[in-house]
Design a protein around this ligand. Structure first.
Ligand SMILES: Cc1cc2nc3c(=O)[nH]c(=O)nc-3n(C[C@H](O)[C@H](O)[C@H](O)COP(=O)(O)OP(=O)(O)OC[C@H]3O[C@@H](n4cnc5c(N)ncnc54)[C@H](O)[C@@H]3O)c2cc1C
Length: 339
């Protein structure tokens, strides 16, 4: 079978920042077999490659001088069931939000708080996506991937994935060394109904409905639609920076001057600080220059209003990092992958 590699392929509609850029080569794989085939192609011996999911956690700084491998491996299958749990295998190219809706429709609980997060299922373990008191690690049982060096299929269990806040082994030891092909989730038949975080409980009260996977999913969709810019209208990658983690000792010192600092317990000795609050306090919320800026409803989100370049956003992010560091002596780092 011949492989259809496209030359000079526009990535404009394949990244949620809506940055205009081309890939020197582009290939879309829909099956494990076609992925294996391209990995053995001669082009891969000379060109660098980049795996693309939904493009919702990347910032493209330039045309990509190599081959972009677009993941479209589909399939959602129930593989095991018992009284309490259902095990579901999901192709890594499935859309995350569609998968959440599939679970909710089947009354399977565990991912409803993660509704409306853009991107692919395959990327969900990479930064251990999280929102509204839930993380992908809470339901992931195992992750299947192709090891790019040996070109063999391997599997890691939940504990082997070394999940932590917005991180996993795929962001560390296995970064750029594998392509995730399948994720297996263990979902609950009994609803978890985690409404403790953010505005979920008040949203349910306002709608006069009881907690269930379906109602929580709807509430999260409502809240997120109000708070975050729709990438189809304003280019963005969600939270641009990770929330920094600092020692409680340092937090105590900062609290003398800023008692209202937004923080959450991370461990006995460390606290997580809301990066959005730091950026807002440093005066960036609603900032705009030409076509790039900081979203006016959430300072953690950097935006492209039209024709911003990747470098415009990178320069802005560096300025924000410097000013937050100067004001609070706290370093913030991008969550977004800059390519
Ligand atoms: C409006 C908006 C809101 C968001 N809200 C949240 C949120 O609440 N919580 C949260 O955690 N994130 C959030 N994000 C970030 C983003 O949605 C997630 O990080 C998502 O998991 C990225 O998936 P993707 O398929 O788009 O990955 P991409 O952007 O395509 O890729 C991201 C990185 O993963 C690598 N990668 C992708 N797929 C694979 C694979 N199969 N195998 C190996 N490597 C791969 C890529 O090479 C790249 O380095 C938000 C983004 C947007 C735009």
């Amino acid at each position: 079978m011949s492989i259809s590699i496209v030359k000079n392929f526009p990535l404009d509609h394949l990244n949620t920042f809506n940055i205009s850029a081309n890939a020197k080569f582009f290939y879309e794989f829909k099956t494990l077999e076609s992925l294996k085939e391209i990995l053995n192609h001669n082009l891969l011996k000379t060109e660098k490659s980049f795996v693309l999911g939904g493009g919702s956690n990347i910032l493209i700084s330039n045309d990509f001088d190599g081959i972009v491998l677009k993941n479209s491996i589909k399939g959602i299958h129930i593989t095991k069931e018992n009284k309490n749990h259902t095990e579901v295998e999901v192709g890594s190219g499935e859309n995350w939000h569609e998968f959440v809706l599939w679970c909710v429709k089947k009354n399977l609980s565990g991912v409803e708080n993660l509704a409306l997060i853009p991107g692919s299922v395959g990327a969900s373990p990479i930064q251990n996506i999280g929102a509204y008191g839930c993380e992908a690690k809470d339901t992931i049982k195992k992750v299947e991937f192709i090891d790019l060096e040996s070109k063999t299929i391997k599997e890691l269990t939940n504990s082997e994935c070394d999940f932590s806040y917005r991180s996993s082994i795929f962001k560390k030891d296995l970064k750029e060394k594998c392509i995730i092909t399948k994720v297996t989730f263990l979902l609950n038949k009994k609803p978890i109904n985690n409404t403790s975080y953010g505005a979920i409980a008040s949203e349910l009260t306002a709608l006069k409905i009881q907690a269930s996977p379906q109602s929580i999913c709807n509430a999260v969709i409502n809240i997120r639609s109000r708070k975050l810019p729709d990438p189809q209208k304003i280019g963005n990658s969600g939270s641009f920076f990770k929330n920094p983690i600092i020692s409680n000792k340092k937090l105590k010192k900062i609290k003398v001057e800023y008692p209202e600092i937004v923080n959450y317990k991370y461990s006995q000795t460390y606290s997580k600080i809301a990066a959005g609050w730091l950026i807002e306090m440093a005066g960036w919320k609603g900032y705009r220059k030409n076509d790039f800026g900081v979203y006016d409803k959430q300072a953690l989100v950097l935006v492209n209003y039209g024709n911003a370049s990747g470098n415009d956003i990178i320069e802005l992010s560096k300025k924000i990092q410097r000013s937050v560091h100067k004001k609070f002596d706290i370093k913030i780092y991008p969550e977004v992958n800059i390519i």
